[in-house]
Design a protein around this ligand. Structure first.
Ligand code: PEP
Length: 247
């Protein structure tokens, strides 16, 4: 049985006033249930968010990290710095970072190693473009991303994979449950083959316009072990409604 994870990605959104959202989520989770819950705010808010969430069911994560521990990398953040600020997870290889910062699979794999080194749980994102889907390349694209972005050390570590079709992120378009089921089953097979029992137990999240209105249907698909939620994680009410759908 894979434990469900409902994770929010605030992207480049949030100010100190947004800590009220963290507090509302903490209050709304209460004693919680069978699912884990995570919010990844911008780096500027991680320490305060972690303080606000301390002792609750809500975990706090980063949205990216550098591969090395320290050095001359202006503007970058080491995995160790995220951990020191109170993060427990880090999103890596999000399609926006792959596109905006030319992150390759090899770079993502190096960042994933860094996350493990710092004691963080990496959430590695994969997903096809609309053009690749229409060309019938979805499964081969995902397989290549998994092969290149997941380091061999995942065989001995806790990790998470997020399937995020690029065409469904922030667009309001959602992959249908058949499309989601097909990709998640293929990802599970690949993870189990490569990483054995660790691969069998790693949560596979769906991401792409998940909302309170579609969460229950998506979360019921085989091999969907949670969600990575962008826009709908910015409002406590919506995010908590998605969490409730995971029960
Ligand atoms: C995301 O940022 O990973 C995401 C899935 O965004 P949205 O839910 O807004 O589509």
């Amino acid at each position: 049985m894979v434990r469900t994870l409902i994770a929010g990605n605030w992207k480049m959104n949030g100010s100190p006033a947004s800590l009220a959202v963290i507090e509302a989520v903490v209050a709304g989770l209460g004693e919680g249930g069978p699912a884990d819950c995570l919010i990844c705010p911008p780096a500027t808010l991680i320490a305060q968010a972690a303080d606000a969430a301390r002792g609750s069911l809500l975990a706090i994560g980063g949205q990216d990290c550098h591969a090395v521990e320290s050095g001359a990398h202006t503007g970058d953040i080491a995995a160790e710095m995220l951990a020191g600020a109170g993060a427990s997870h880090v999103i890596l290889g999000h399609s926006e970072r792959r596109a905006d910062h030319n992150e390759t699979d090899a770079i993502v794999a190096a960042k994933a190693e860094a996350a493990l080194r710092a004691g963080l749980t990496p959430i590695v994102c994969v997903g096809e473009s609309l053009e690749q889907r229409e060309a019938g390349e979805t499964l081969s694209v995902i397989d290549a991303q998994l092969a290149g972005s997941l380091p061999d050390s995942f065989a001995n570590a806790g990790f998470v994979v997020a399937y995020e079709p690029i065409w469904a992120i922030g667009t309001g378009k959602v992959a249908d449950t058949t499309q989601i089921g097909e990709v998640h089953a293929a990802i599970r097979q690949t993870l189990a083959k490569r990483f054995g029992s660790t691969g069998e137990g790693a949560p596979i999240l769906y991401g792409g316009s998940m909302k309170p209105g579609n969460a229950a249907e998506i979360l019921a698909v085989d091999d969907v072990n949670g969600g990575l939620i962008g826009g709908a994680s910015l409002k406590a009410e919506d995010f908590l409604a998605i969490y409730a759908a995971a029960q």
